[in-house]
Design a binder for this molecule. Sequence first.
Ligand code: ADP
Ligand code: LRH
Length: 486
Amino acid sequence: AGVKSYAAVDLGASSGRVMVGRVGPDSVELSEAHRFPNRPVRLPEGLRWDVLALYGGVLDGLRAAGAHCGGRLASVGIDSWAVDYGLLDADGALLGNPVHYRDARTEGVAEKVWASLPAAELYAATGIQYAPFNTLYQLTAARSTAQLTSARRLLLIPDLLTYWLTGEQGTELTNASTTQLIDPRTRDWAYGVAERLGVDLGLFAPLRRPGDPAGRLRPEVLAETGLAGPVPVTAVGSHDTASAVAAIPAAAGERFAYICTGTWSLAGLELDAPVLTEESRAANFTNELGLDGTVRYLRNIMGLWLLQECVRAWGEPDLGVLLREAATVPALRSVVDAGDEVFLAPGRMPERIAEACRVSGQPVPETRAEITRCILDSLALAHRRAVLEAQRLADRPVDVVHLVGGGTRNALLCQLTADACGLPVVAGVTEAAALGNVLVQARAHGLVGDLAALRRLLTRTQPLTRYAPRGDTGRWRAAEARLATR
Ligand code: ADP
Ligand code: LRH
């Protein structure tokens, strides 16, 4: 009784999926209706997202989702990776393919911005860590291009897809915070920053908050997907990491850190106020906005991107076999700094990993298994550093680390993370972003509960695996020192 079906569209950097969540007062069941690849395309002008293929995947997914629930969806919600956007002209038509955040156009741009607004002031005003691809730097890189000059509207990726599905425009807040144009204290635009840097905030549609209505599927979309209307679209934490953090299966009162492991590892804490200190800026921690007034205080770590790119270079060997071989390679022979921007761009990843080991005077990994082991040890080490530093900078000790996302299927990574942090790791919610997306929709449509109550529902219903830390953390500290003295 009281069970409704919701469709969560979750677009990750490596794949898009449409999941159906069936939610009742005491139950949550998630099933995959459709999954499709997200393949960036390199054009003469640079690296672009194939956003029309993604929209096609969303429509296919909604059709498949309808088949899961007799054509009756209570609502649809969309989340995706952050920072990127599409530009619309005065008629509301898309101007070109959205630029990929790994495109080289933002190289050296941040320094130019800081010449007008010092990095320290920018951080104090926005709380957003330095990353070359923050929307603010992308807009600066695009200044005076024909496209940006003629654009009348900027829609972040989930907002763009929402617009195509409903005809309505908005800017969802959690994702808006990744533009570096939001003040985390007021949770509104950072008007002073925009003014000083000459960013026209009029390009953005009005802010929406998770749970707000975002229109209804257009009649043409209903016809194309075979869904029975009306189907409302609901704003969720449209930044995938915001949705994933909402779905951390934390027990009542638990003092936890989280790591969302997918293409990226996003490691940190949930806070109720931003940390805007100079020390926090120097450590490159970010204060992105989360559900219900929370702040996602975290650090971006290159994540399984490092492995994805190696696997691509090696012609897609079986991941399970590769990980089993990596488990037999001696631990911590060589590590790289998995936060280092040198790994941001695509291409030649095995060579770049080997090079990083060579220049830091460590043994150079040669076989695929050795390179894989180097990546996983390095990720675990970066997880350790982020979890420890977040606790110190926010003055908030933790007892447990929750791991969610695709990386939870990598048992070696989960175990190494527990070992490196010296803390128990609870892993399990693989499709965390989709689950958080579904729960926020369900709450907007009648499910009662605050964030803690939604999470308790997950602790009761989701299968979780616990990894106890092995050994002492001495050898991780030693590996950390090796990197620091590079
Ligand atoms: P994103 O949302 O950023 O696209 P995901 O959360 O889907 O990423 O995570 C993708 C990653 O999960 C892959 O790069 C891979 O390393 C890992 N992964 C997926 N399936 C498996 C598996 N069966 N075994 C081990 N790792 C896996
Ligand atoms: C993860 C993610 C991350 C951002 C990056 C661009 O998918 O949204 O939180 O920093 O993509």
